[in-house]
Design a protein around this ligand. Sequence first.
Ligand SMILES: [Zn+2]
Length: 290
Amino acid sequence: MENILKKYLAYDGMVKVVLVNGTKMVSEARNIHNLSNVTTAALGRTLIMTAIMSSKLKDKDNRITVQIKGDGPIGSIVACGNSNLDIKGYVSVPDVELPLNDIGKLDVAKAVGKGYLNVIKDIGLKEPYIGYSKLVTSEIAEDFAYYFVTSEQTPCAVALGVNISKENKVDMAAGYIIEPLPDCSEDIIDIIESINMNISSVTGLMMDLDNMDDVAKTITGDNNIVCIEELNPSYKCDCSTSRIDKTIIALGKDEAFKILEENNNKIEVNCNFCNKTYKYNKEMVEKLFS
Ligand SMILES: [Zn+2]
């Protein structure tokens, strides 16, 4: 099944919802990076949020980078997306294994540790927008909810989840954001808050209901919710030979030839996002600088 991102309006347009099924995308990330279960959950949640945030980008070539930097064993989590909903990401240490937490779930909080998250939005302005907030639980969804309130002044409900089967496959990866608009009434906000306090997992809800529109109705409490857009995010890296050529040229001739000398006349560049290796021999490097 393709990844699906649906945007809705609830309560006569007072509340915006973005709901994502990113199971395929998170499975691909798991395969590309050989992720353990807990790093699949951590990167998967971040990729789903990156897809949600990318769907709010307005213009072609707008891009967003999300970095989560904690002091836990996973190191950094990095994810990028663009207005075409091409999403990619990686973690510094993909093979972290940890015991399940006290409630029997993958211990993302421990893997990530204490730290901060930042968001870099390149929306065609002279300087990119940079937002920053500290991690509050390191479970990622709560951290983004805190980020949206403190950095972007948009209070919202956020849920992100990755479910891994006993056969070690990504069963379901999903998430949503519910954002009341500024003139939304307190009564509606109270309804949404109380519903969301009682939802134990977004992945469970997606698997039980098996229909995204029904999930959107359940999480908002509005049966008249309207779907306004349906999109297909995908895991996609935009690295290319010409882009890596530029990276090598940026090293400068002296540095590039020094690396060649130290590595048996080879330069290998590995793309963090898709794990593809680009190999250069001495002739190729000479050609780049000729
Ligand atoms: Zn790549």
